[in-house]
Design a protein around this ligand. Structure first.
Ligand code: HCA
Ligand code: CU
Length: 400
């Protein structure tokens, strides 16, 4: 029998269905807004913005922050400055499998690098124009070179999902032996379904001991689900960006990933979820890329309630139509007045306007709004006074 407080949580049965026999494990987040994120059309940050984003991500509680010092001198300067901030998160310098690139990371005083190399046949043949043997040699050489300089290192198997499995495993084992610290398993073109991502990660996990990252692209919309399937198969870190921005359709968004880890996977963490809205706004402010309004967690409609039956319920208890409270993620609840408002919604509108509410007039207002046939007329925040943002960890309650 669950304790009384858990039974009072309206999500109680859902969480029971979600639970597995295994104890929830800690899954880490690497945020790549400063690397993958800058590969999104329309995004180039200034160095000041890069530094502020790094500070905010660190305060939010991500475990690693990725940036590429090899893109430009500006990026190199930003990497150096961020490394000097003394942040809690590891700063990971993303470089190609080339000595000259590793030297740039060393020059920045980096203590973590991530080296990537495309290893599918199409990447080897048409992008890099090297053989599998060359790739293996280059990978091992880069690991040995990086490790001989005392750096920690991740190696990314770029296009892993389209790589011949035996060769993928061979590469992973060879670089593990050479001393690499982590391996990133990628679905670079977003072609996997969750079951496939599970199998891919499992194939590697069965053969190596070092921790695995998952880097999943969203070309068909499965990035988030695939990343979690990869974790079910043993990966321990998910790559995200703020709002999911990245090359083409991007990778899993930080907000959905962190909320899912906390509430659905019960993964122990110290994320300051109430910063999620501010993090999203930061991107909007710096790039003019606005998250679409129905975007989970941070979208402007994520906590808007419209249909009459919904309004009637949430005016009594918002948890009736909210999985987690808007306050816990820094968003705001709003209600929409218009054609669908219904009698209870109309009563509420009348009370807000200072009108005396009686059942007959409320019905008339609801009917009047419907006959206007003008759709949504107005939306306003609900319970504004309860929703000022206070940054503290106690806001992680399931409902309010
Ligand atoms: C790239 C490729 C990459 C690398 C991912 C990683 C991918 O744009 O450089 O380093 O984990 O999607 O494979 O983003
Ligand atoms: Cu990528």
């Amino acid at each position: 029998m669950a304790p009384k407080s858990a039974m009072n949580d309206p999500n109680h049965y859902a969480y029971k269905y979600n639970s597995t026999e295994e104890k929830p494990k800690r899954i880490h987040i690497l945020d790549s807004t400063l690397r993958e994120g800058e590969q999104h059309p329309g995004i180039t940050f200034t160095n000041k913005q890069r530094i502020q984003i790094a500070w905010m991500l660190d305060y939010f509680g991500v475990d690693q922050i990725e940036i590429s010092p090899i893109i430009s001198n500006d990026h190199k300067e930003a990497t150096k400055t961020i490394l000097k901030q003394g942040l809690k998160a590891d700063i990971v310098a993303h470089v190609r499998a080339l000595r000259a690139d590793v030297d740039v990371a060393i020059d920045c005083d980096a203590n973590w690098t991530a080296t990537y190399l495309g290893i599918s046949d199409i990447h080897l043949k048409d992008k890099l124009r090297i053989t599998r043997e060359d790739a293996l040699e280059r990978a091992v050489e880069t690991v040995e070179y990086t490790k001989s300089h005392g750096l920690k290192m991740r190696f990314t198997m770029e296009d892993a999902s389209r790589t011949e499995p035996q060769f993928l495993v061979k590469m992973c084992k060879a670089i593990e032996e050479a001393g690499v610290d982590r391996i990133s398993i990628t679905d670079t073109v977003g072609i996997m379904r969750p079951h496939g991502m599970y199998n891919l990660v499992k194939t590697v996990k069965d053969e190596v001991k070092i921790p695995l990252d998952v880097h999943c692209h969203n070309d068909i919309g499965f990035a988030l689900a695939n990343a979690f399937a990869g974790c079910d198969a043993g990966a321990e870190q998910i790559h995200t960006t703020i709002d999911g921005v990245g090359e083409r359709t991007g990778i899993p968004p930080l907000a959905e990933t962190a909320v899912a880890l906390t509430y659905l996977y019960k993964s122990p963490n110290n994320f300051r979820l109430d910063m999620l809205m501010d993090l999203s706004r930061l991107i909007e402010q710096y790039t003019s890329i606005k998250p679409y309004d129905s975007k989970p967690i941070v979208g402007s409609s994520a906590y808007k309630h419209k249909a009459g039956t919904h309004l009637a319920a949430i005016l009594r208890n918002p948890a009736a139509y909210e999985p987690i409270s808007p306050k816990s993620v820094g968003n705001r609840r709003r209600i929409v007045f218009g054609e669908l408002v219904g009698k209870t919604g109309a009563s509420y509108l009348m009370s807000l306007l200072g009108l005396k509410v009686d059942s007959q007039n409320a019905k008339a207002v609801a009917a009047g709004l419907k006959s206007l046939r003008m759709g949504d007329l107005l939306d306003i925040p609900l319970e504004d006074r309860f929703e000022r943002k206070i940054i503290n960890d106690s806001s992680k309650t399931g409902s309010e």
